[in-house]
Design a protein. Structure first.
Length: 276
């Protein structure tokens, strides 16, 4: 099989289909691994469905299997022209693990140690607005509406648009950042590219957490979890948080009720009425 040819074709199709830089990177990497694994076949369409299924099951975690399945299904649909090639393989059920969120004190410590204006803008937008990494990377200045104090999120997950609040506290920081860095089209400009990358975003968050002495696994998406958990603890209605988060179902948003320390601490156990 001419793996290079298929990888190049899929790379083009993937760039046109997906807005998220992280999704494109992960899907391309997975498809490249898949093609070189089965390069003995003359064409991708000749790889038996059962062989693909066995390859998926080689992954050690359910999440890895799911990522492999999504990527390979995308490859067959977009590039090979066989959207039904692996329809008979069901999506694995994701492992239900609650994220370990930061306290507001820990978030404050990250802001305290942050001296770089751009890095502070990254942390502030992630935490105050609950944006996904791809949403922040793709955010343009024209999407920020200061007159209505909202941020328009365009073509987010599921290709859906939504609006989030623009906190007044962000305005002075954004103005300082703009005059200091003079970014053009995108709010976050990269050093050598027009856009910032998801990998750079993750490094900023990780390094700030380490500098603040936080002994937890801190990553970009965790700041989104922290944002909505702290909103809920502050009294924001769960249905409103659902709209801000862009969740299709309130069941997805309800995870923040499960990880809220303030809400859990207010629960009265029935054993309080029992004499032990």
């Amino acid at each position: 099989m001419d793996c290079r040819k298929w990888i190049d074709r899929y790379s083009t199709d993937c760039d046109l289909k997906y807005n998220s830089e992280a999704t494109r990177y992960n899907y391309k990497s997975c498809v490249k691994q898949f093609l070189y694994k089965f390069d003995a076949y003359r064409e991708p369409k000749e790889i038996p469905t059962q062989v693909i299924k066995e390859w998926l099951l080689e992954a050690q975690t359910i999440n890895t299997r799911k990522h492999r399945l999504c990527a390979v299904k995308s490859f067959y649909e977009l590039t090979v022209g066989m959207p039904n090639k692996i329809d008979r393989i069901p999506y694995p059920r994701s492992e239900k693990k609650l994220p370990i969120v930061l306290s507001q004190d820990e978030v404050q410590r990250m802001f305290n140690v942050c001296q770089n204006t751009k890095h502070k803008v990254i942390l502030a937008i992630l935490y105050s607005c609950g944006l996904r990494a791809g949403e922040l990377i793709n955010l343009k200045w024209q999407h920020i509406d200061r007159s209505r104090m909202i941020i328009n999120i365009i073509a987010a997950k599921g290709n859906k648009d939504r609006q989030v609040m623009l906190p007044a506290e962000l305005i002075p920081l954004l103005e300082k950042y703009y005059f200091e860095y003079k970014p053009q089209q995108y709010v976050l400009n990269g050093q050598t590219e027009l856009q910032y990358t998801a990998r750079s975003l993750g490094e900023v968050v990780k390094q700030l957490a380490a500098k603040a002495g936080i002994n937890k696994r801190v990553y970009t998406h965790l700041m989104r979890h922290c944002s909505f958990t702290h909103m809920l603890e502050g009294g924001t209605d769960l249905n409103l948080i659902q709209r801000l988060a862009g969740h299709s179902s309130v069941k997805t948003t309800a995870i923040y009720a499960h990880i809220s320390h303030n809400l859990i601490s207010k629960i009265n156990s029935p054993i309080q009425n029992i004499t032990l």
